[in-house]
Design a protein. Structure first.
Length: 452
């Protein structure tokens, strides 16, 4: 029980749903079972008890006719035997009574036998068997009455009194036996009808109890689902509000909640607002990261890549060159840059470096990468460029820098060392080779290009 109380909302709802479905399944099974049972009981009533009641009605009519016939004979007395027409008419009526009574009794026996054979009789089986025995006994009395009536007719007024008394006695026995049979059949049909009615009542009560239980469980499940859902949504909205404050702690401590048509609408609006703020926060963070990356990889003064980025790129180029690509390297240095700083000041020196970078960028391709690797020293990586083309480009750069003429800035020149990738080169060897060529250019009088 405690485990269930501590379970997740999904598990609780699933458990309650299972109980509700189980109750509904029980209701369906019970309804099917009781409906089938009531159907069979009604079949018994319709196929046995109702036909037996019809037999009762017919036998009662036959009894009434027989009583009238016996009363007619009693009133006629000796005159009965003197009138052949009356005698013949009475014999005919008696034969009809005997025939119809025998038919009704056989019909009742057949009804009961058919019910017992096909299992239609389910209520009061012993009573139904007793009825068959009683009907057979009534048959015996009918036959005895038939014999007694035949003797009465044959007596032909001889010993009328004794014959009539015997006939009346046999008629009384037949009548009593028939009445007992009718009473038993009537009591049995009433009993069956009462039991069927009671079963229907029990069925209705049990269905009402099961239906009410299912309704209570369904109502509790619905209420629990709604309350749990609202509690979860409320907690989630509270967490969203906390996240809002975490994102923007300087804003008003109270975050106004959207009042929507329902909890889902409110949660949707809160999530949209949160997603918008998270997206804006991400954009701001991406912008900050970009700025940090720029600060980490670019020279603050000139805007070109710095020494850290240089180390990264030269390693990549060497890896590509080892797989068949080619590149060249230019190292360049501003001639007499220390003298410019000492003579004109560091502000002018900074301006010289900016003008130098601007001039170099105008001539370089998009695939060429410029780095500031020292105070006044720069490196240029020339992708897919051989030594001859790199030397030609270096000369063009030298001339372009030499032609710079800006107010308040002294003219300056550069010296350049140019080399290309050679098999088994590494970062140290190729940079060393370019550096040596750069110093050869300086030793040769500066403002020159040396390649090799």
């Amino acid at each position: 029980m405690f485990t269930w109380l501590n379970a997740s909302m999904t598990r609780k709802i699933s458990s309650l749903s299972f109980v509700l479905l189980a109750f509904l399944f029980i209701v369906i099974l019970y309804t099917a079972y009781k409906s089938q049972k009531i159907h069979k009981d009604i079949q018994e009533v319709s196929k046995i008890d109702i036909p037996l009641l019809e037999v009762i009605a017919d036998i009662e009519i036959l009894q009434l006719k027989q009583h009238l016939q016996m009363e007619t004979i009693r009133l006629k007395g000796d005159a009965f035997f003197k009138s052949e027409a009356l005698k013949s008419k009475s014999v005919k009526r008696f034969n009809e009574f005997n025939y119809h009574l025998s038919g009704q009794l056989d019909k009742a026996v057949n009804i009961l036998h058919q019910g017992m054979k096909f299992g239609t009789v389910r209520i009061g089986v012993d009573e139904h068997l007793s009825l068959i025995e009683q009907i057979n006994k009534l048959h015996s009395h009918r036959i005895a009455f038939e014999d007694e009536f035949s003797q009465f007719i044959e007596s032909d007024n001889t010993g009328y009194e004794s014959s009539w008394e015997a006939l009346e006695k046999q008629d009384s026995l037949l009548d009593d036996e028939a009445n007992d049979l009718l009473i038993n059949i009537d009591q049995l049909t009433v009993k069956v009808a009462s039991l069927v009615e009671q079963q229907e009542l029990d069925f209705m009560i049990m269905n009402a109890i099961l239906g009410l239980s299912a309704l209570v469980i369904g109502g509790y499940l619905t209420l629990y689902t709604i309350l749990s859902f609202r509690r979860k949504v409320g907690a989630l909205r509270g967490q969203i509000e906390t996240l809002h404050r975490t994102i923007s702690p300087d804003e008003d401590s109270h975050i106004s909640r959207h009042q929507g048509s329902d909890e889902l609408d409110e949660l949707e609006r809160d999530l949209k607002l949160l997603m918008g703020r998270l997206f804006l926060e991400k954009e701001n963070r991406d912008e900050v990261e970009t700025q940090l990356l720029e600060l980490a990889t670019r020279d603050k003064l000139t805007g070109v890549f710095n020494r850290h980025k240089w180390d990264e790129h030269i390693k990549d180029e060497l890896a590509l060159a080892n797989r068949g690509h080619h590149f060249s390297l230019i190292l360049l240095d501003v001639d007499h840059f220390k003298k410019i700083n000492d003579t004109y000041g560091h502000d002018v020196g900074d301006t010289v470096l900016k003008l130098l970078v601007k001039a170099l960028k105008r001539r370089l391709r998009e695939t060429d990468i410029l780095f500031r690797v020292g105070g006044e020293e720069f490196a240029i990586l020339l992708r897919d460029t051989h030594l001859e083309d790199a030397s030609r480009l270096a000369e063009q750069l030298r001339r372009k820098v030499e032609a710079i003429d800006e107010d308040n800035v002294p003219q300056f020149t550069i010296s350049l060392g140019v080399t290309e990738y050679q098999n088994s080169d590494n970062q140290k060897s190729i940079v060393k080779r370019a550096d040596v060529l750069l110093y050869e250019a300086k030793d040769a009088g500066r403002n020159s290009v040396f390649s090799g």
